[in-house]
Design a protein around this ligand. Sequence first.
Ligand code: MG
Length: 387
Amino acid sequence: MKTCTALIVAAGSGQRFGGAIPKQYQPLVGIPILRRSVMAFLNHPKITNVHVVINPAHRALYDEATAGLDIPPPISGGSTRQESVWKGLQALSNNRPDYVMVHDAARPFIDAATISAVYTALETCPGVLAARPVVDTLKRVNGKLVESTVDRSHLWQAYTPQSFHFDVIYAAHDKASTQPDVILTDDAAVAENAGIPVTIIPSNPENMKITNPEDMDRAARLLGQGYNDIRTGMGFDVHRYEAGDAIILGGVKIPHNRKLEGHSDADAVLHALVDAMLGAMGLGDIGKFFPPSDPQWKGCGSAVFVRAAVQKLSERGGLIANVDITLMCEAPKIGPHRDAMQTRIAELLEIKPDRVNVKATTTERLGFAGREEGLACHALVTLRFPG
Ligand code: MG
């Protein structure tokens, strides 16, 4: 039997400072996505060994996700997928397998039958691509106007594994590494660039790439578990006005004839939001994690608190269903800044803006908000967890 290495590419970052942990390390119904992908190959009789390419900054996440699996230490990847695969192939070159199957870590549903079919095809072809025929009708558009219907009968979507005779793809990547101007987004393109014939093998349809939160939901359903454990949290915050010329709400700077007093940037919207998220997770409140007595949070942008809450959510494998925010203030007028706030909050939460609503009300000049001594903010957050 020919030796065949599975090279799992997990070096994608997808992570901004403090935000959600990268998808491949997130739990999918209790098991990290990367671990599921590794195990699909590890358990296959035709696969000799499994190597994983990672971003070295994620080593701790990697160790946790692969604990107890019989695989060698990870290979350090590069800044692009192409570079990561090339580094992976170089690392394997001391102990060259006959075949290599390059697979995205974020495709945990690759099945044994597809791996077998790819292996069989490799016995007669130097390059084999797992793919799915395009089923939707395709339109070529100019702006928003349809120009024509594209013939889809020859179009396939490239999945992974993308598999090759090792020496052939090694030479192709070696060539591509000397062509900095040629952008090659997958290994089949690297092979094409070197004139290597690549054969299509139909993949199992479930072998999708998990890219965004909606995909997590679909993936959990494939495992027979929807995100049906629904939890709601509420947050409330008040800040007092003092002399100044602008306030920060929902991460957006709004010119005003006063500013909000507070230890951090006094962003009552983000504070209420973080409290609502922590509340829904049963984790207490913002003061527990970022005590005002701690000087390191002085003047701190509240985005840091939101990202920490997002990280706690992703560690727990949860998704945000929606966020609804109500500001209580006489002035400034919130309407002109609403879209910017919704966009910024969605960005911080790594969700689509249509899951975020920001609204404002006056208190009919009653109470502290009515007297413009300060403003208040309510936030409601609904989270979904598998179960
Ligand atoms: Mg506050």
